[in-house]
Design a protein around this ligand. Structure first.
Ligand code: PLP
Length: 403
């Protein structure tokens, strides 16, 4: 990888492994993988893509990911909070952005001013946005977010008729432009489940209501990553993939769909030392060596998103060899057992924690499987202390140092 040679100011001792990370803990973000994954989803869905870059681009960095996705053909961006959308605007991104999760105190004025598409989940939200638009003398761009069964965000079924009336009135007086109608699937990762089609039928009916009331939505979108990849019949005008863009398969039982993981988490060995038989390692000595061995300290911990629940369960890769993590994962560091011969590992060597799964190193889903969660939680959990290093064709000089 290009970036592996970027840190060349420190001369290596003869025979020592190359010191090659830009920071003690570095998340390499492969923007070519993001671009590739946009293509995979577009081809499978047969529609344009709203690249979901909420939660700091699932931990990858919202701005560089957004730029890479748009350059690769994504049509629009999607985020949860208006603040996330405003940050993209401040970075100079002028693509269409939809934000879909708001409290009644959300910065609706700023959203209207920055031309953010505000997805509305209630009459109350609609009133707040329409009032703000009238006050500002502007027309707010909005999406009707319909609760078709998830029972989370979205306009509740028993409020829909009144919401649709209010929306038609707000449209008639120029307060809003009804850009889209959307819903979110309950069981997108169970492609054959009948609820998927039922939700789409409910959204079609809601869209027909808006047509009847003279305030039709210009576009409709339903599908998250799993549905975008497996149910092109639900795609309508656009799909809204998140996890697939980052290269994690949304339905592991169906394989990887040709997606390429974009994040590789690496750390530099901070310390190598001998450990005598019978000695315990890390807090409360949850692991004790039964032989004289050599251990290494890795500067990554639960504050960086390495789950403490993985203590004594993780395997990492150093110089193409796997080594077990031993003892408790701490806030800032964990320890690996190099074995009696030290495994040929030296301070400064590069440890791969997870990545694209090449060469036997784990992928994020391996961590998730071990602790009973999903890879979404792993990749979004990689903390701000991990330096983000952008690699790949779209990684321009100015984005290379962005977090
Ligand atoms: C997060 C989110 C998505 C993306 O979901 P993935 O499973 O990551 O593809 C799409 N739509 C909405 C409303 C979301 O909140």
């Amino acid at each position: 990888m290009d970036a592996m040679t970027s840190y060349d100011s420190m001369p290596d001792a003869p025979g020592a492994a190359e010191t090659s990370l830009p920071a003690a803990l570095t998340a390499f973000i492969d923007l070519d993988a993001i671009a590739h994954n946009v293509g995979v989803v577009r081809a499978a869905a047969g529609t344009d893509v709203i690249a979901v870059v909420k939660a700091n681009g699932y931990g990858h960095g919202a701005v560089p990911v957004a730029r890479a996705a748009l350059a690769a053909g994504a049509a629009e961006l999607g985020v949860a909070h208006i603040g996330e959308a405003l940050a993209l605007r401040e970075a100079g991104i002028d693509a269409h952005i939809t934000a879909w999760l708001h409290t009644n105190h959300a910065p609706f004025d700023a959203a209207i001013g920055a031309d953010i598409d505000v997805a509305l989940s209630s009459r109350r939200q609609l009133a707040l946005v329409a009032d703000a638009a009238r006050r500002l003398g502007r027309t707010a761009t909005v999406t009707a977010k319909v609760d078709t069964g998830l029972n989370r965000s979205g306009v509740a079924a028993d409020e829909w008729a009144d919401f649709a009336d209010d929306l038609a009135k707000a449209k008639a007086d120029g307060a809003v432009r009804v850009r889209a109608i959307m819903c979110h699937l309950v069981r997108g990762d169970e492609p054959e489940h009948p609820l998927n089609s039922q939700q789409a039928e409910r959204l079609d009916a809601a869209a027909a209501d808006l047509v009847r009331l003279g305030s039709p939505a210009e576009v409709m979108h339903i599908a998250n990553s799993p549905a975008a990849l497996t149910r092109p019949d639900l795609a309508r005008d656009l799909v809204r993939p998140g996890i697939a863009l980052y290269g994690c398969t949304p339905i592991p039982e169906r394989g990887d769909f040709g997606l390429v993981p974009a994040m590789t988490l690496r750390a530099e060995v901070a310390l190598v030392k001998n450990l005598a038989a019978g000695q315990g390692v890390s807090y409360n000595h949850h692991w004790t060596s039964d032989r004289d061995t050599v251990i290494a300290v890795v500067p990554a911990g639960y504050a960086d998103g390495v789950p403490r629940l993985l203590s004594n369960q993780m395997h990492v890769q150093v110089n193409g060899r796997g080594f077990p993590q031993v003892g408790r994962v701490c806030m800032d560091q964990f320890v690996i057992d190099l074995g009696p011969d030290g495994g040929g590992v030296a301070e400064g060597d590069v440890v791969e924690l997870f990545g694209a799964g090449t060469g036997g190193a784990p992928i994020a889903r391996d961590w998730a499987d071990q602790i009973g969660t999903i890879d979404y939680e792993i990749i979004t959990g990689i903390g701000a202390r991990a330096h983000r290093q952008y690699v790949g064709g779209a990684a321009s000089d100015d984005s290379a140092e962005q977090r």
